[in-house]
Design a protein around this ligand. Structure first.
Ligand code: SF4
Ligand code: MG
Length: 322
C-alpha cells in the first residue's frame, strides 16, 4: 500500500538577522497510511505546527521530500497544487480567527464548493451546494438553521464544528488538525475528539492530529510521533509508546497523563526549559534536560532506530521494558 503522505528528511529553516537560523523542522521522516490517525505531539515551539503546515505545502520547505498520494509536491507551485488542495485540508486551533464574522456560516462553507470544481471538473450548481451544506451540518452535529447565522452566535466548540465542516466540504482524504481542541474547555474537548473519531469511521479519513499533550491523542491515534526541537525522537504504535516509552522525553510527557493509563513508573519529571531552536544542543538534542545523559549524549546525535516492532526511538540509552 502506498502511504497517503510520506515525508523524507524534511527541513524547514528560517533565516534570522545576524546570520542566525532557526531550524523549525530538522530532518523529519515519516509516513501516514490511508485511514491512519497519526498523533504529533510535543511542547510548544517544537516545530509540530510548522511540520503540519509543511505536510500540506501551506509553506515552502527548505529541503527534503513530501509525497502526497505518491506524487512529489515538495516544490510544486500554487498553480499545480490547486487541483490537489481539495484532498488535503487543515483545521486550525483558533476557531475564532478563521471564521469571517461578517459572513453567514452557509456562505463561509459554500465558498470552497464554489471556488473548486467537482471531481468531474464541473462547477457545482446552487442546488448541489445547498444539499452539500445540509450534509455537512449533519456530519458535524449542527442543525441546518446554523447555516443562516454568524460565527459569534456560536460557542467555541460549535465554531470548531463549523471549521471541521469547512475542512470536510470538498471531501478531503487527509486532514491535518493543528491543536484543534487546545483552546476549548476540557468538557468540550472530548466531544470534539469524539467527532474526529466518528468522522474517521464514517468517511475513512486520514488524520495528522497535532497536540501538545499525549492525553488528547491517545484516544484516537493509531500511532504517535513525539517531537522535540524540530525532530521526531520517538515514533510508534500508540499503546507501545504510551505504555513503554523508550525515549526519556516521552517518559517525561507521560508523567502528565493520569494513571493507570500509562506505565507511570518510568515517568520522569521534566526539568528546565526547552533550549532555543536557534542554538540547539550538540549531540542528543535532549541532553540538557535528560536525567540519563552521559558523555556520549553530548557529542553524538542519536538516530531513530527500532526498539520493538512498530516502535522507534532516537536515544543512545533507551529505556527498555522487561
Ligand atoms: Fe538522554 Fe542520552 Fe538518550 Fe539523549 S541519547 S535522550 S541524553 S540518554
Ligand atoms: Mg503550534
Amino acid at each position: 500500500v502506498t502511504p497517503l503522505l510520506a515525508i523524507r528528511d524534511l527541513h524547514k529553516t528560517y533565516r534570522l538577522a545576524h546570520g542566525e537560523s532557526l531550524k523549525a523542522v530538522d530532518g523529519v521522516s515519516l509516513s501516514v497510511m490511508p485511514g491512519e490517525m497519526l498523533g504529533l505531539v510535543g511542547e510548544s515551539g517544537c516545530g509540530k505546527s510548522t511540520l503540519g503546515r509543511c505536510m500540506l505545502r501551506l509553506t515552502d520547505v527548505s529541503s527534503g521530500q513530501i509525497l502526497f498520494e505518491g506524487r512529489d509536491i515538495t516544490t510544486m507551485g500554487e498553480r499545480s497544487l490547486r487541483p490537489l488542495r481539495p484532498r488535503m485540508q487543515m483545521v486550525f486551533q483558533d476557531s475564532n480567527a478563521s471564521l469571517n464574522p461578517r459572513r453567514r456560516i452557509g456562505d463561509l462553507l459554500a465558498e470552497p464548493l464554489r471556488v473548486h470544481r467537482d471531481a468531474d471538473g464541473h462547477r457545482r450548481s446552487a442546488t448541489v451546494i445547498a444539499d452539500r451544506l445540509h450534509e455537512l451540518m449533519n456530519l458535524v452535529g449542527l442543525p441546518p438553521a446554523a447555516l443562516d447565522r454568524y460565527a459569534h452566535e456560536f460557542s467555541g466548540g460549535q465554531r470548531q464544528r463549523i471549521n471541521i465542516a469547512r475542512a470536510l466540504a470538498l471531501s478531503p482524504r487527509l486532514i491535518v488538525a493543528d491543536e484543534p481542541v487546545s483552546a476549548l474547555d476540557v468538557s468540550v474537548q472530548a466531544q470534539i475528539v469524539n467527532l474526529f473519531a466518528d468522522l474517521q469511521a464514517q468517511l475513512g479519513l486520514t488524520y495528522v492530529f497535532v497536540a501538545h499533550d499525549l492525553a488528547v491523542v491517545r484516544q484516537i491515534s493509531d500511532r504517535v510521533a513525539v517531537m522535540y526541537l524540530g525532530a521526531v525522537v520517538e515514533l510508534g504504535e500508540t499503546d507501545s509508546v504510551l505504555h513503554h516509552p523508550a525515549h526519556p522525553y516521552t517518559a517525561a510527557l507521560t508523567a502528565a497523563i493520569p494513571r493507570p493509563v500509562v506505565g507511570g513508573d518510568r515517568a520522569i519529571p521534566l526539568r528546565g526549559d526547552v533550549p532555543s531552536p536557534i542554538s540547539r544542543p550538540d549531540g542528543c538534542r535532549f541532553h540538557t534536560r535528560c536525567p540519563h545523559a552521559r558523555d556520549r549524549c553530548r557529542s553524538e546525535e542519536p538516530r531513530l532506530r527500532p526498539i520493538r516492532p512498530g516502535h522507534e526511538a532516537a536515544c543512545h540509552f533507551p529505556l527498555l521494558s522487561e
